[in-house]
Design a protein around this ligand. Structure first.
Ligand code: DLL
Length: 436
């Protein structure tokens, strides 16, 4: 069966109908949370707002925000809005920056999450004739389980590979004729590199598309992956706190991700003041989950920086679009007073013909911040003539300065010396924190 939408009525709903649906769901959700989550009720009381003040989407701004700190403080059950007996699943964040966040799901929550992922797979042309290789991690991480559920709903033959064991990934991809690949963009790049090393050309595989997300990646990296694998590469966004992948997904237009607004209301705020910004302005993305039962976060601050757009999309979907997040406000580095996003560095590298294998090290020497960027040379242009390397590094440092406004120290290193990632890549090592 070939279809363009998974839930057409929702995905192409008029603005007015969507606002009405969101408003009805929001009113019900706020009451549900007020009745069942004493912690959030306390935040509402402190702000002097009750469910009677919330009549629809236009009243959203009256409600208090929730942050990751609230989730950590309330670990594990403090934000649970239903009896634990009604829950069938937990998932959790990787917890690299402090206490883990644990999210709970009822069967209804799992269903709506899998629907969102099924919309994403259908939007890139996935049907029951596809073989969908899922190389996101399975387990507590939401990537594997989310796309797995979506793939089942679409009726694809699902290969639940999980991440890692790249030789086996390649063997199954080739032997079983995988047509869709789902994994992090950094792992997709690594699989592309490994295929080439194993002697395969891009046209040797049957892949037609990939669904890559869970970390920021640039347009340049998209082109690299598309060329390496001979596919179309699509973005997918989500976070554990709001269910997992599928909160937003890219369509064939590849120009931003449609947000599943019937489940998640999006706002953009000024990260410093909390003020809601007009459409088209860049700021922090905030989500309100209006259908989730077990863990229905209201006005959750994602820390992701992006822009929303309601421009008409050629795919026919009316769902609002978010731009590729340019990074998290807490990933943003401040080096010598200048804001630096790893994605800016990646853009320069790929434009200058380098691979997306790099690592950024920030440190402090003599009370001044230092910025060192380690970049792998391409196997093709690899040179061990010191003079050539120094000249290439100098050129790259100059391009970086133009993009960032400050001068980094660029170190060109031999191919394959920077560790590859099978999940989210670790791009930044900030040693300044060790001295604080
Ligand atoms: O990364 C969920 C996911 C799995 C999304 C698979 C897409 C595909 P967390 O581990 O909780 O959940 O991390 C969420 O990852 O707040 C963003 O900062 C970042 N992120 C997720 N998707 C993208 C993306 C999953 N497409 C955090 N572009 C989010 C940029 C992304 N950043």
């Amino acid at each position: 069966m070939n279809r363009r939408y998974y839930q057409k009525e929702i995905e192409t709903m008029s603005r007015a109908d969507m606002k009405k649906l969101q408003s009805e769901r929001l009113v019900k959700q706020v009451k549900h949370v007020w009745d069942n989550v004493p912690y959030y009720r306390g935040l509402m009381e402190a702000k002097g707002v009750t469910p009677d003040d919330i009549h629809g989407v236009d009243d959203l701004h009256k409600l208090p925000f929730l942050t990751k700190d609230d989730l950590r403080d309330q670990y594990p059950y403090g934000l649970l809005a239903t009896d634990l007996n009604n829950c069938v699943r937990i998932q959790s964040t990787s917890g690299t920056t402090g206490r883990r966040v644990v999210a709970f799901y009822t069967q209804g929550d799992v269903d709506l999450w899998e629907d969102c992922c099924a919309r994403a797979i259908t939007a890139i042309g996935g049907t029951d004739e596809d073989v969908c290789q899922i190389a996101y991690g399975y387990g507590l991480f939401t990537g594997g389980p989310g796309l797995n559920g979506g793939s089942h709903k679409v009726g694809c033959l699902t290969l639940p590979m999980s991440s890692g064991n790249t030789d086996r990934q390649i063997q199954f991809m080739m032997d079983l004729g995988a047509t869709i690949l789902c994994c992090t963009p950094s792992y997709a790049a690594f699989i592309g590199e490994s295929l080439r090393e194993a002697g395969y050309k891009p046209e040797d595989n049957k892949l037609k598309a990939g669904i890559f997300g869970a970390e920021p990646w640039t347009e340049e990296m998209r082109r690299d992956i598309e060329n390496a694998l001979g596919i179309k590469a699509y973005d997918i966004y989500g976070l554990t706190e709001t269910s997992g992948p599928g909160v937003a997904f890219e369509c064939e237009e590849q120009s931003g991700m449609h947000i599943n607004e019937d489940h998640f209301i999006a706002e953009i705020i000024d990260p410093d003041t909390g003020e809601v910004l007009p459409e088209g302005e860049k700021g922090e993305l905030v989500f309100t989950a209006i259908t989730k039962e077990a863990f229905p976060l209201i006005r959750y601050r994602t820390r992701d920086i992006t822009v929303l757009s309601r421009e008409e999309c050629s795919c026919g979907r009316t769902l609002v679009k978010m731009k590729k997040p340019m990074g998290r406000s807490d990933d943003m580095l401040i080096v010598r007073g200048v804001n630096v996003f790893p994605s800016q560095i990646e853009t320069v590298l790929l434009k200058e013909g380098y691979t997306p294998n790099y690592q950024i090290v920030v440190d402090r020497a003599n009370n001044t911040d230092t910025l060192d960027i380690y970049v792998e040379m391409n196997p093709e242009s690899f040179s061990d003539v010191v003079k050539d390397i120094e000249s290439d590094a100098g050129k790259l440092a100059a391009s970086m300065k133009t993009m960032l406004g400050i001068s980094p120290k660029v170190h060109l290193v031999a191919p394959k010396t920077i560790a590859r990632s099978e999940g989210k890549a670790v791009r930044v090592i900030d040693k300044r924190k060790l001295h604080d």
